[in-house]
Design a protein around this ligand. Structure first.
Ligand SMILES: *Cc1c(COP(=O)(O)O)cnc(C)c1O
Length: 417
């Protein structure tokens, strides 16, 4: 599908009078629409809830918008838990899905009413130690091993992933937790990432629903919810079609009715923990072309770099680029679009066909609303950019200022800079 930025050149030209490039821009309208459609797609399930994966976009203004749309949050670290608490998320609105977990994080998650998702069977003891008594509601993360296939396509490789427990460990953990006083149980699994197919959730749901039936029979516990976690993806490349969340919701409903209802387990709530799907297309990185270089290749240097958006450097990920104001121009120039890090992987695009770019052109790098700003870092003395919210009424608001040199030097000890 043709990828169109959610802002025009004229809008961005107004913005850069207020905020220097580069900056991450988020679309409030798109975020709210995405959340509303997700809730509509799962409205057949009483108690459905999305726990937004904070790591994708740990920005309070964004979390508050999602909170207003009925979402909770999924946290994976102390800082994310503290942020959730300070943003006003309360009991039942926080999942804590972490791994290799320091015990004090269990203590804090429990204190603020978070639902704890155990990644390992040994964490049953850890949880008891950290919280004195185990919480009434506990979730366990499942890893079936092997490869995850859809049709005859291998989607991902859970057998090689560090997360979750085997089936035997799930049974053992449930039994122990029950003995220690837990009353309500959840099942969680994340088996494939960035899936651009309507079949991932239904397929995952089938695995988890069957497991739920088995766990109930083996251990006698009451299963209260099943968390399908993240993994619904977005079409980063124009040749892909976006997922149809309504088809996904219906697909899950079908398996729910096939497997859970006949077992008298129709009170199970469905939870999701989406990050990318909720936010990626609703964010863009705005950057300016500041340099051209003609050597063995044609380079366009921009004022953003991998420290603002790491995915291309880290995973070779494709992010679509629109040269603002040249949306309909012919893509007849081949460029590497690069940042200024002293690393040759600091390239937002390699051999990309784009319209002719002139110094001063504004580029919109698509789908950076999730795992964009959040993966930022300070390598090469690069400062983190601002984050700007395009509000529903068309005005903008700075929701995080850019870092300054003072921020960069703030943690040094024994130097007076
Ligand atoms: C990263 C993560 C998510 C979100 O994944 P997306 O691919 O962004 O949807 C959800 N749950 C857990 C436990 C995660 O680690």
């Amino acid at each position: 599908m043709k990828k169109v930025p959610f802002v025009t050149k004229e809008q961005v030209e107004e913005m850069i009078k207020l905020y220097p490039t580069p900056f991450h821009l988020y679309d409030e309208k798109g975020i709210r629409e995405t959340a509303r459609n997700l809730y509509k797609a799962f409205s057949w399930n009483e108690g459905f809830k999305e726990y937004f994966a904070v790591k994708a976009t740990p920005t309070p203004a964004i979390l508050k918008i999602l909170h207003e749309e009925g979402c909770g949050v999924d946290c994976s670290s102390m800082a994310e838990l503290v942020m959730a608490k300070r943003c006003g998320f309360s009991e039942g609105e926080i999942m804590f899905s972490s791994n290799d977990t320091p015990l004090e994080e269990f203590t804090y998650a429990n204190e603020i009413g978070g639902i704890i998702n155990l990644d390992d069977v040994t964490h049953v003891k850890g949880l008891q130690e950290a919280c004195k008594t185990v919480p009434e509601t506990v979730c366990c993360r499942y890893n079936p091993g092997g490869v995850f296939e859809l049709g005859n396509t291998i989607m991902d490789n859970p057998g090689d992933a560090k997360y979750g427990m085997t089936k035997e460990q799930m049974i053992e953990a449930y039994k122990e937790l029950k003995e220690l006083g837990a009353k309500e149980f959840g099942i969680h699994a994340f088996l494939a990432s960035n899936t651009v197919t309507n079949d991932y959730y239904p397929r995952l749901a089938k695995i988890l629903f069957e497991l739920a039936v088995e766990l109930k029979k083996e251990t006698g516990v009451h299963i209260g919810f099943i968390n399908l976690s993240g993994g619904i993806g977005v079409p980063y490349t124009p040749d892909k079609e976006p997922n149809d969340i309504f088809a996904i919701g219906e697909g899950v409903r079908k398996v729910y009715e096939e497997i859970l209802i006949p077992e008298g387990m129709g009170d199970i709530k469905i939870y999701t923990e989406l990050g990318r799907y909720m936010l990626a297309p609703n964010g863009g990185l705005i950057t300016k072309a500041i340099h051209e270089k003609h050597t063995h290749k044609e380079y366009v240097g921009v004022d953003a770099c991998a420290a603002n958006l790491m995915r291309p450097a880290m995973y070779g990920a494709y992010h679509h680029i629109t040269v603002l104001g040249k949306e309909d121009a012919a893509c007849d120039h081949k460029y590497d679009i690069v940042g200024s890090l002293c690393e040759n992987n600091d390239k937002f695009a390699i051999d990309r066909m784009l319209p002719e770019i002139e110094k001063g052109d504004l580029l919109f790098i698509h789908d950076t609303g999730a795992h964009g700003f959040s993966m930022g870092y300070n390598y090469n003395g690069k400062l983190r950019s601002a984050e700007i919210l395009l509000q529903e009424d068309g005005t903008t608001r700075m929701i995080r200022r850019a870092e300054t040199l003072e921020d960069y030097f703030a943690t040094l000890e024994g130097y007076d800079f």
